[in-house]
Every structure is written in structure tokens, then in C-alpha cells.
Design a protein around this ligand. Structure first.
Ligand SMILES: [Zn+2]
Length: 153
């Protein structure tokens, strides 16, 4: 659940062939469909790809290949994906697209809270709560939901 700017070399390395996801029902293609729909709903014009990777220490992240204009690539940790329901995955992708929206509109305002405010234009707060619990469980940390999602009022 983070945004970073990485070099082309790193981005290309990520695109190398890899083992297919085995445990999850969702594959690259079905995730891409979710991303395209969310991108449309959030009026994000830039190209955003999504790929399942064997290991993403952040569980989910988005990076730009060439700066503000994108294209952007969302990387999803394979085993984390298998722990999420489709709805939770959909909301997690909305969160990452929130980062893209900020990056292309107000790049200096990049925060988790604002990414969620953008995401909550199209998904519910309730659907993001279990995503945070699962991320924190995997990372062995614990945060304040109200800090990340607002108090729900
Ligand atoms: Zn994030």
C-alpha cells in the first residue's frame, strides 16, 4: 500500500516471466479488468497495469515507469492475494489507484489517508477495513484505522 518511483530497469525486471498464481482465483487478467473499471470510475486517464508478483514486501504497491504521466504498474504479492476476498482485492486496488490519482493531480500530497479518500469515492470504508487488518497481520504491525480511513462519519 505504497507508491514509489522506480527506474525502468527495475520495472522491466518485474515484467520478466514468473510462476503462475496457483492458490487464487484471480489472475492478472481479472485484476486488470478490475483496475480498468476503477480507473474509469475515478476518471484516471493514465495507463495503469497490474501484475501478480512472487514477493512484494509491501503486499501491494504502485509505481510509475516514467514519471507523472505514467504508465503506472500495480504489483500484488501472490500469497497476499490468496488471502483476500474478491471484494477486498477490489478495494485494495481502488486504494492503489487513489495513489495514482494523487500522483497525477497533487503529487506532493501523497498520503495513505488521501489515497483512501479517493478510493472511497467508489468503494466503501467497510470493505477497506479487512484489507488493513490483513496487511498489518502480514507485516507484523498495527496502525490506527481512523488515521488511515477517517472515523467513518
Ligand atoms: Zn497506500
Amino acid at each position: 500500500m505504497a507508491v514509489s518511483v522506480q527506474t525502468m530497469a527495475r520495472a522491466e525486471a518485474m515484467a520478466l516471466p514468473r510462476a503462475k498464481a496457483k492458490s487464487s482465483r484471480l489472475d492478472d487478467q481479472s485484476l486488470q479488468k478490475m483496475v480498468d473499471k476503477l480507473r474509469n470510475d475515478l476518471s484516471i486517464l493514465e495507463v495503469v497495469g497490474v501484475t501478480i508478483v512472487p514477493d512484494n514486501p509491501l503486499m501491494l504497491s504502485v509505481e510509475t515507469m516514467e514519471g507523472r504521466g505514467g504508465p503506472f504498474m500495480i504489483s500484488v504479492d501472490e500469497s497476499f492475494l490468496s488471502e483476500l476476498t474478491d471484494e477486498e482485492m477490489h478495494s485494495a486496488l481502488a486504494h492503489e489507484l487513489g495513489h495514482v490519482w494523487i500522483y497525477t493531480h497533487h503529487p506532493y500530497l501523497q498520503t495513505e489517508r488521501l489515497a483512501n479518500e479517493i478510493a472511497m469515492r467508489v468503494v466503501t470504508r467497510a470493505s477497506l477495513v479487512p484489507v488493513y487488518h490483513k496487511v498489518w497481520e502480514r507485516l507484523g504491525t498495527k496502525g490506527d484505522l481512523n488515521e488511515f480511513l477517517g472515523n467513518g462519519q
